[in-house]
Design a protein around this ligand. Sequence first.
Ligand code: HEM
Ligand SMILES: [Cu+2]
Length: 552
Amino acid sequence: MNPVASINPKDAKLTMAHFYVAFISLFLGATAGLLQVLVRSGKLTLPAGITYYQVLTVHGVLLALVFTTFFIIGFIFATQSKTCGSYTDGERRWGWIGYWMMTIGVAITATFILLGESSVLYTMYAPMMAHPMHYIGLTLVVVGSWVCGFVVFHRHARWRKENRGQVTPLLSYMGVMTMIMWLVACLGLATTVLVQIIPWSLGLVPTIDVLISRTLFWYFGHPLVYFWLLPAYMAWYVVVPKVIGGKIFSDALARLSFVLFILFSIPVGFHHQLLEPGIDPFWKYLQVVLTFLVVIPSLMTAFALFATFEMRGRELGATGLLGWWKKMPWKDARFFAPFMGMLFFAAGGAGGLVNASHQLNQVVHNTIWVTGHFHLTVGSAVAMTFFGVAFWIVPSITGRKLTPKMNKLGLIQTWLWTIGMVFMSGAMHTAGLFGAPRRSAFSTYAGNEDTLAWIPYQIAQAVGGTFLFLGALLMVYIFINLAFYAPKGETEFPVGEVHDQAEKVPAVFENFKLWVAITFALVLFAYTIPFIDMIQNAPPGSPGYTNVIGRQ
Ligand code: HEM
Ligand SMILES: [Cu+2]
C-alpha cells in the first residue's frame, strides 16, 4: 500500500472497488448509446436478434442506475474518510457488504437483460413485465446502497460524538443529506417492487395496478435525479473553489441549499405524470408549484458558485463585470470538466422549466426532447463533474500522480463530450419539438412527410453520439491509466475552506430528524388524497406484457 495516498488505503480500496464497476458500466453503457444513435439514424440494423429495447435497457440501467450509484457511493466514502477521518474496521466491513450486495445485484440484473428476458427499460414501467430475477437483482442493488448509506450516517454520528459542539465537515454533511434523500426516495420504489411487481412477475397475483405502480415509481424517480445531482453539487460547492485557489462562499448557504433540495425534490413526482389520466389536476398543480420551488436552491447555488469565481478572479487582479473569466484555470481539467458541466446544467435547467410547465409539457411529453434534456443534466452536468472528480480523486487516493499528459487528455475528453453533447442534445431537442418520439427505433412511418423531416436531426444525433462515444472511451482510458499506470506520488485532495467573512453555520442544519419530519409532512400533504383517490377508483389491473415467447 502506498504511504502517500490521501486517505486511509483501506478506505481507498473500498472507493476504488465502486469506481471499477462505475467505469465498466460507463464503457458498456456508452457502447449501447452508440448503437442507439446509429440505429436511429437509419444506417444500422441490430444483428443476431438483438432488439432496440434490449440495448436501450442496457444503456439506461448501466448509465443512469449503475454508473451513477456506484460512482456516488465511492465518492461519498472517499470524501467522508478524508474529512472525518478513516472508517473503523466495522464500518468498512459493512461498506464492503453493501458493495457486494450491489455488485451481485447488478450481475443478476445484467444477466437477465443480456438474455433478452428483461427489455423493460430502466424505468420498468408496468405492465411491461420482466423476468422476476431482474427485479430481485435491482432490489439487491437498492438494499446494498442502503447498507452503504448507514455506514455514512454512522461515520458522521461518530464524528459528532467525538467533536461535540463543532460544525461537522461540510462534505460529510452533504454525503449524509444525499443518502437521506436516497433512502426516503427508495421507499416508493421498494413499495412498488416488493408489494406489486415481484408478486405479479412471479405469477402470484394475476394483475397489477398500473397507475399506483407508476406513481410510486415517480415518487422515487424525481428525487433519484437529485441523488445524481447532489454529489455533483458537493464537488461544485467544496472542491471547485479549492481547485481554483479560492474559498467556499458560505458554508451555511451550502447546507441550506441541500436542506431545500431534500424538501422540494421528494413530493413532486407528479410532474412526470402530467399527462397521466387518473390524477386530479389540482394535485398535479400543487406538485408543480412545489417543483418550481426548487428554483430557489438552484439559483442560490448558481449565485454561490459564480460569487466564488468572481472573488477569486478579483484576488488575482481581475476588474469589471466579467474580468474573472480570464483568471480561471482553463488548462486544469479538474476545473474545466465540472465548469462545462455547470454551463450544460444552466441550459438543462431552462429546458426543465419547460418540462415541468403543464401546458408546455403537452408539446414535449414523451418526445426525444426529454432525452435531450436529461443528457444535459445527468448525461453532462453530472457525468462531466464525475469525470472531473475522477481526474484527481483516483490518483489522490491510490497514491499516484495526475500527470500533465493525463490532464491534457482530460481537457480533450471534456471537449469531445462538449461538442458531442451540443450536437446530440441539440438535435434531440429540435426533433422533439417536431414530435419525434423517444424510445423508438428507426422508422419512416410509411413515408409520412412529417416524420421524414426528423431524419436530418437523427443523423446529427448520430454524429454527436459518435463524439460522445469517443469521449467515453478516452475517459475509461484515463481512468485505467490513473488507477494502474500513473507514476507513484502525491496528488492533492482538494477540500475548500470557508471564506472568512461567511456567516456562522446555524446548528439547526444538523437536526436531521427535523428535516426528515418536514419532508414526510410534505409528502403526506402532496400524496395522501391522490392515493386515496387512486385506490378507491382503481381500474381493473393489468396482466403482464412481455416480448419473451412462452412467458405471459
Ligand atoms: C456515449 C454517450 C451517450 C450516447 C451516444 C447516448 C445516446 C442515447 C440515446 C440516443 C438515447 C435515446 C434512445 C431513445 O429514446 O430511443 C439515450 C437514452 C438514455 N440515456 Fe444516453 N447517451 C449517452 C450517454 C448517457 C449518459 C452518460 C447517461 C447518464 C449518466 C445517459 C442516460 C440515458 C438515459 C437514462 C436514457 C433513457 C433510456 C430510456 O428511455 O429508457 N446516457 N441515450
Ligand atoms: Cu422530476
